[in-house]
Design a protein around this ligand. Sequence first.
Ligand code: G6P
Length: 605
Amino acid sequence: MCGIIGYIGKQQALPILIDGLKKLEYRGYDSAGFAVHSGEGVVVKKAVGQVANLEKAILDSSFQILDSNIGIAHTRWATHGVPNEVNSHPHTDCKQRVFVAHNGIIENYKELKHYLQERGHTFTSATDTEVVAHLIEDFINQGDDFEKALKLALNMLRGAYAFAIIDAENSAVLYAAKCQSPLVIGLGQQEHFLASDPSALITHTKNAVYLNDFEMAKISAGEITIENIRREPTDTKVVTLEWNLEQAQKGNYQHFMQKEIFEGPETVKLAFAGRLHEAGVKLGGLEQVKEKLETIKRVIICACGTSYYAGLVGEYLFEEIAGIPVETHFASEFRYRQEPFEPGTAAIFISQSGETADTLGALRKAKENGLLTLGIVNVVGSTIARETDAGVYNHAGPEIGVASTKAFLSQITVLALMAEYLAKVKRPGLLEELRNIPGKIGAILARASEIEKLAEKYLYHKNFIFLGRRYNYPTALEGALKLKEISYLHAEGYGAGELKHGPIAMIGKEFPTIALVPGNGVLEKMYSNLEEIKARSGPILAIATEGDQHISAIASDVFYIPATLEPLEPLLTVVPLQLLAYYIGAKLGYNVDKPRNLAKSVTVE
Ligand code: G6P
């Protein structure tokens, strides 16, 4: 949800900013812009649409690569104000002294804008961000120096922000500030980088400092000073970024989404690597809360999007393997519901980015209510990872495609490990079979061309229903989400047993069903549900287990997957669904890595 980048040091700033914007583009691509110090003052350039348009605007205007060693840039996911040039960041004040790039939402911007207009400030954009530039200007007008003015302004803001700010009168300092939205400073030799997430930094450095809420940084080429604007102690730690450059590049794949689907086998391996032992599962990140976990009576899982569907799979895993009752909530709903909590409740927050505003809000509510909080997070050092009491990292590497794929596999693997870790009586064969899963995903991927052909056949339809039962019910929901996200086709996921209570009314020859029918205890129930669809002329694409002779008599098309234990089925059944969505989206000509209206990391409510 908006990406920001900043640079100060000895290199040319502009190429670094543009490269950083491209890495952060998955966070928003409605418009992009930058502000750099040059010999002639601050130069600003903006363009609507993707970063490529900004690059083109630079070339078209015979804009020279300025001799500039300091600048900030922004790629936007519009919240306040339509995506046009005027609303693009960086924003500035009346005198064009303060330049601000912002990720987040200033919730009290209307009252601040009114106050500033009364004091004679003129606004040009419809954004919430512009008030920040004018607010800083207002304090400067009252005699404060830039730094003090910034601090005073920050203390007046409500909402979420990560800021990169420059002062036209000082080309030796870059300012940063954070509250709720992520911001990380990359440490170089006589140079510093600023970014919304580490994927934009790994080309330059492995050493970074994450800013905490209410922290503000004054960054020069040689030095960083961090202070808490509420005068609370700061907690600055240098972390080593784990990701490598290759992981953040497309390689020979056409899209990141395709690459990430094909990383499935490795992703599952990385999630269980070092965690499977003869005596069972070892999860180092949970050791410090082990005793508390032994007395846990109830678990609440909160997440959004694909992570939420992984959480729904987790519900089955925890209840059936560990015998612990679980409820999974949309984080955005959990946040505002009022419910009694009992002692012995743990809350698990699942988030690939570790920055999703709704999940973070739910986590903070759980903490206020004294629950034990655990994270399943991919991005090391992210806010959710830092604020939970304990947790397990996914180690899935960067996920760049906006539609989440490999993170889902990783999250389910970790949930299965946690379920086994908490189980008093271990599930025979589960861990042995988990070791086989990467090979089985590999076997499915080796037949991706079969799914590609099926995609060509089904892409003419406008509506789809995805059906599954038990572990494959959330998987069906995830399959429908994938298709909606990247192909803009209407798709609904349903528990197959619910079909007869409404959705069957839609079934007909133009309304295909994608059915998850692996060989488990509910197979016969699934057959019956699919017969009901067949009787109404609905086309059926079934994902079934190798050796199932019966399914081909019911379904129009069958894609076979290897057999596995039922709790691990989603790790296999979701893969053809991811491929199907990918191929349909790509064949319809859409930018599958950057679907319209979406952003990878949603840092606003
Ligand atoms: C956005 C993304 C989804 C993702 C969801 C949760 O909506 O587009 O792909 O599943 O956020 O993100 P998280 O980082 O918390 O897992």
